[in-house]
Design a protein around this ligand. Structure first.
Ligand code: NAP
Length: 430
């Protein structure tokens, strides 16, 4: 008789139901791949009366998900509830304490408590697996942890939030402003009613913190991620980017420099001919650069029932088959803190948009400020001519330290002929 591995599923929403559907549809295939029968014996959710469209027959229902952790008829816990604290954290801790491996799709939890949970898992010879937490259906966790383990990773970056990528793609294709495209995205179900975690860059930052830990064998340090969302990107920025040969993407970038690690999430201008620039709509993409392998690119669906459940099931199969790997690729005792490089020390090229009255001497004044801060200008575009109306002046800088540019823009903002706060977008060379 084939041995069975018993699964407890906490959270029967988009992902939880997706997991139950795959287990039901592909039972035989999954059994051949894991070598054991995968059987759901327990479930938990808030509302017992809700029709989930899947059969829950024969499964024990838990009012309190955490109680599932000590059920002797459950071997693996799937935490598919969400949130960095509360019930999700409590369930994971109790399950690990009880010697059960955990699979979660919860990036918020991992970004904040990942190292502590990994330590707890190791202490009990189990694991906490989270392929679904970063870029949904793209197997980037396994790729970084195992496939690229022979490399020193110099940089890992990507489009880690499908909602933002959808909005930026639509802004480019329709010429619309952020607010109206966001509203459309909400109507179509591509953005949450409260979209702040997505559009403010927090969701991408959670994922980036996890990728950084995997890539550099360092404790997860979400607080060190610089975060800027897409709410201030304008239709004009998108149109100037197009004119300059760029596309605007919200990227998460983790980069090793000789001073430490940069971790940043912000809108970026990327050249249109790069692979990442051509990932549009709700799709995600991650690029990992290793010293031996060079650049590797992973593209796919970063969210949704099927893609996310696909990643959860892959973790379940690994655990059921006995393939337990350290949570972040190395045991926690081998993880080393690495200094964090602040955004002020970032060196790169910048797109700058000034809004000024076109009076004689304005460009000379701007040039003087840039000269004083040792910033050299690669190109300058000036639109329209009017001493009565403000006109945009678009500049692209050569490489400069961010702190110098920020000082320069603060000085320019104080000019009499400056009518709006100067805007800047970092240009990322890929
Ligand atoms: N959706 C995606 O595309 C996606 C992609 C990647 C990662 N994730 C992550 O996957 C996790 C689940 O996301 P989701 O989209 O499936 O969320 P969801 O559709 O909102 O489902 C959450 C589920 O958790 C249940 N729940 C809430 N509080 C609970 C509690 N105290 N005890 C037991 N169950 C509780 C809810 O119960 P009721 O149904 O009874 O209300 C619901 O079934 C999150 O960590 C999310 O970040 C989601």
């Amino acid at each position: 008789m084939v041995e069975s591995v018993k699964i407890g599923v906490a959270g029967l929403g988009t992902v939880g139901v997706g997991v139950l559907k795959i287990l039901e549809a592909h039972g035989g295939l999954l059994e051949s791949r894991s070598g054991v029968k995968l059987e759901v014996t327990a479930v938990s959710s808030r509302d017992r009366t809700k029709d989930r469209g899947v059969s829950l027959d024969g499964m024990t229902w838990y009012e309190n998900a955490s109680d599932m952790a000590t059920d002797n008829n459950v071997d693996i816990i799937l935490e598919l509830i969400g949130g960095s604290d509360g019930i999700a954290k409590d369930l994971c801790e109790k399950a690990l304490e009880a010697g059960k491996s955990v699979v979660t799709a919860n990036k918020a939890l991992l970004a904040v408590h990942g190292t502590a949970l990994a330590e707890q898992a190791e202490a009990h010879n189990v694991t906490i697996a989270y392929e679904a937490a970063v870029a949904g259906g793209i197997p980037i966790v396994k790729a970084l942890r195992e496939g690229l383990s022979g490399n020193a990773i110099s940089r890992v970056y990507g489009i880690l939030n499908g909602t933002c990528n959808y909005i930026l793609t639509e802004m480019e294709e329709t010429g619309g402003e952020f607010e109206s495209i966001l509203k459309e995205a909400q109507d179509l179900g591509y953005a949450e009613a409260d979209p702040s975690f997505d559009i403010d860059g927090v969701d991408a930052a959670h994922k980036l913190a996890i990728l950084t830990s995997l890539a550099y064998a360092t404790p997860v340090d979400f607080d060190k991620v610089y975060i800027e969302g897409i709410t201030s990107v304008t239709a004009d920025d998108i149109s100037y980017a197009t004119e300059l040969g760029y596309r605007i993407k919200l990227l998460g970038v983790a980069r090793r420099t000789d001073k430490g690690i940069e971790q940043r999430v912000h809108p970026c201008m990327v050249r249109k001919d790069t692979s990442i620039a051509n990932v549009s709509g709700v799709f995600n993409a991650v690029v990992a650069e290793g010293d031996s392998v060079d650049s590797t690119v992973y593209v796919g669906r970063g969210a949704g029932e099927g893609p996310t459940a696909s990643a959860v099931i892959a973790d379940v199969i690994d655990i059921a088959a006995g393939r337990l790997t350290p949570t972040f690729g190395v045991p926690v005792v081998k993880m080393k803190p690495i200094p964090s490089v602040s955004i002020e020390d970032h060196v790169g090229c910048y797109y700058v948009c000034l809004t000024v009255y076109d009076k004689p001497g304005v460009i000379a004044d701007v040039s003087a400020v840039f000269r004083d801060e040792d910033i050299s200008i690669e190109s300058l575009l000036q639109r329209g001519r009017s001493e009565q109306e403000a006109v945009p002046v678009i500049l692209v800088t050569h490489e400069v330290k961010e702190a110098s540019l920020v000082r320069a823009l603060a000085k320019i903002e104080k000019f009499d002929h400056s009518v709006a706060r100067p805007r800047m977008i970092r240009i990322v060379s890929l």
